[in-house]
Design a protein around this ligand. Structure first.
Ligand code: ADP
Length: 640
């Protein structure tokens, strides 16, 4: 019987993740019974320490990329967006409300405040938010600077005072974004998400009423009207994205443009940090993007959440979050090769059946290390041999091979394809690899000795330029609610590593250097003519939103070319805004590229609508042609 995958949770971890993994037949890591390295997925709500990235083994994955604080803390995000605005123009980076980080930016804020000083003609409102708190804590809205009182680092942001309302209630969207890789940037957005409502009617005459102005569930579930029927909002304070989609569909607006604008916000935000995140192929990250739509249907980015809440408060949570986690696990793309961990253990258990659990833990680690080293040495030898040809073995070696045949097929499967004169050879193992999820191929990216030397194909963590993990207070917007995941130092597990374990890990890693995980991009991907690889267009309800065409694929492969990417995004959004039908620039450009680059042309799905269409099919004459990319509907309040 195939061995189970093993997950490890920091502290109690999110109950939902545990539930989904157990349902899928995974086993939970038990430190008393298992080796330190005997797990496939480590999940935690707080950041991992840098040593945890450095010590990752090929079969192990983490649920955070390093150094994503740049977008998940309010002040860092504001700073990054300001920098991008200065470089690429405020027209492109116009999706986040003007923000000032106080106390540092106080003078600049005052200048802006005075410029826009409340007049009878138009009132300006501001929102003040502590930079490192979440769930609406410490937030207040003000109009007069006299009311701005703070005793910690805060950001003061222009308050979007004319939000789109449903039955008079304010709402925002929680969009779930999975970054498979920052290098090359590979982004998926989940089709499901949540719409979070305020529970009292929106009114600017009561700025202190948080139940009317904030959409955080953590606040509204304690509101007096939480259980009351609230017009078309209904009871509670959440809708699923599917319900919102039906609502949007019923309106006379350019729906595709709205979805594309949200998707662009996600990409443009990730671009602010993409080149500074160290490459870590074994990590994925689930972000929660909070988007507010105003009454002209313009989407605004409010913040990006690290470890978005996975608690189940209501039916909407249950229908969205369970599927989300299942799809996330599929996106991690575990294959049978990841079970090798278990093979090694089973073998050594068979050899040493008489050792008690307490004893065997220490003994087995050395046996395991030898076993691993041996197999890696063999694996390396075999990878050096003439590109997967089977050579006749001397008698002695043959005997050994028979004894160890239980390992060979799996290790062979791990051998990456080797590139020779620009061609990618598939290994035999490639064919026989039968993963439980949708990845059925090995790392299809070409590997050269040079790339290994440059550290690009290091098994788990390719950059050596990591600083220590930031402290919790320096970290994030985490909206996790009841899970006891907070680790203030972020160093718990690293410090618990014994020197012996660390040494073993280092030794092992040296041998693992020429070896890497089956590529997370595989599945339905296909290699393009110039050796680039196209990640699957869809995994469950996760839709690939980046790269979305040949130009963005190319611009993200080696050195991230942000300018090209932003141009492509603008082009796509512009086309959707104008609803161009025949012979679009898009098709012409893609066609041209196909001719010049070989078969690098590929299509993508447009995230958002029901049955997401291919981008190439989006430009239909039926779209409403809207002047200046704005939406036709002017109504301030939509009542269904
Ligand atoms: P937190 O991390 O505490 O949840 P957010 O930035 O998400 O902080 O803000 C909490 C809520 O406040 C949002 O869900 C939204 O309803 C409201 N909000 C935040 N910023 C703005 C803004 N600039 N304009 C209008 N509403 C805002």
């Amino acid at each position: 019987m195939a061995a189970a995958f093993v997950f490890r949770m920091h502290d109690k971890g999110p109950g939902l993740v545990r539930e989904v993994l157990l349902e899928r037949g995974w086993e939970e890591y038990d430190g008393g019974k298992r080796e330190e390295e005997d797990w496939n997925l480590y999940w935690r709500g707080s950041p991992f320490h840098s040593s945890e990235y450095q010590n990752l083994l090929p079969w192990q994955r983490l649920n955070h990329h390093p150094k994503t604080v740049g977008i998940t803390r309010k002040d860092c995000l504001a700073r990054h967006l300001r920098r991008m605005r200065a470089t690429f123009g405020s027209a492109l980076y116009d999706f986040s409300p003007a923000a000032f980080i106080l106390p540092n930016d106080y003078t600049r804020f005052l200048a802006e405040y005075n410029k826009r000083r409340p007049s009878r003609r138009c009132s300006i409102y501001w929102i003040c938010k502590p930079v490192d708190l979440s769930r609406g804590k410490g937030i207040f809205i003000f109009q007069d600077v006299k009311d701005l009182v703070y005793d910690c680092s805060v950001i003061v942001q222009k308050y979007i005072s004319s939000p789109l309302l449903i039955s008079g209630y304010k709402f925002d969207l929680r969009i779930y974004v999975c970054v498979k890789s920052f290098n090359p940037l590979t982004v998926y957005i989940h089709q499901e998400g949540l719409v979070r409502f305020a529970t009292e009617k929106y009114s600017l005459s009561s700025l202190r009423n948080l139940y009317a102005h904030l959409t955080n569930t953590s606040i509204n579930k304690f509101g007096p009207f939480y259980r009351t029927e609230k017009g078309s909002v209904g009871q509670g304070c959440k809708w699923t994205m599917s319900k919102f989609r039906r609502f949007i569909h019923s309106l006379d607006i350019n729906e595709l443009l709205l979805w594309q604008r949200i998707s662009s916000i996600v990409t443009l935000t990730l671009l602010t940090i993409a080149s500074s995140v160290p490459s870590c192929p074994n990590c994925v990250e689930l972000f929660g993007f909070d988007i507010l739509i105003d009454n002209t249907f313009k989407p605004w980015l409010l913040e990006v959440n690290y470890s978005p809440a996975l608690t189940l408060d209501c039916q909407a949570d249950i229908s969205v979050k369970k599927g989300l986690i299942g799809d996330l696990i599929d996106l991690m793309n575990y294959t049978s090769t990841d079970r090798l961990r278990d093979r090694a253990y089973r073998k050594q258990r068979y050899k040493q059946p008489h050792f008690s659990a307490n004893h065997s833990s220490r003994f087995s680690s050395s046996v395991l290390s030898k076993l691993k080293l041996h197999n890696f040495q063999r694996m390396r030898r075999s990878s050096r041999s003439s590109q997967n040809q089977t050579l006749p073995l001397p008698e002695k070696q043959n005997q050994r091979q028979t004894r160890q045949r239980v390992f060979r097929p799996d290790y062979q499967r791990q051998l990456p394809p080797i590139r020779a004169t620009g061609t990618i050879f598939k290994t035999n193992a490639n064919k026989s690899c039968t993963g439980p999820t949708l990845n059925r191929t090995l790392d299809p990216r070409p590997r050269t000795k040079a790339s290994v030397m440059k550290g690009q194909t290091c098994p788990a963590f390719a950059s050596c330029q990591m600083e220590s993990s930031p402290r919790m207070s320096e970290v994030t917007n985490r909206d996790t609610e009841t899970e006891a995941e907070v680790d203030l130092s972020g160093e718990t597990d690293a410090s618990s590593l014994t020197p012996d374990t660390q040494q073993r890990g280092q030794r092992f890693r040296r041998f693992a250097e020429s070896w890497r995980l089956p590529n997370i991009y595989s599945g339905s991907q296909r290699p393009a003519g110039n050796g680039q690889h196209i990640p699957p267009v869809r995994v469950g309800n996760f839709i690939r939103t980046f790269p979305f065409n040949a130009a963005t694929l190319e611009a993200s492969q080696h050195k991230l070319d942000v300018r090209v990417i932003t141009q492509e995004l603008q082009k796509l959004t512009g086309l959707l805004a104008s609803g161009r039908s025949d012979e679009t620039e898009w098709r012409r450009d893609e066609g041209r590229r196909k001719v010049t680059d070989g078969d690098t042309c590929f299509d993508s799905l447009l995230w958002g609508p029901t049955d997401p269409p291919l981008l190439s099919q989006c430009f239909k004459p039926t779209l409403v042609d809207l002047r200046d990319h704005s939406f036709a509907r002017k109504s301030h309040d939509i009542t269904q």
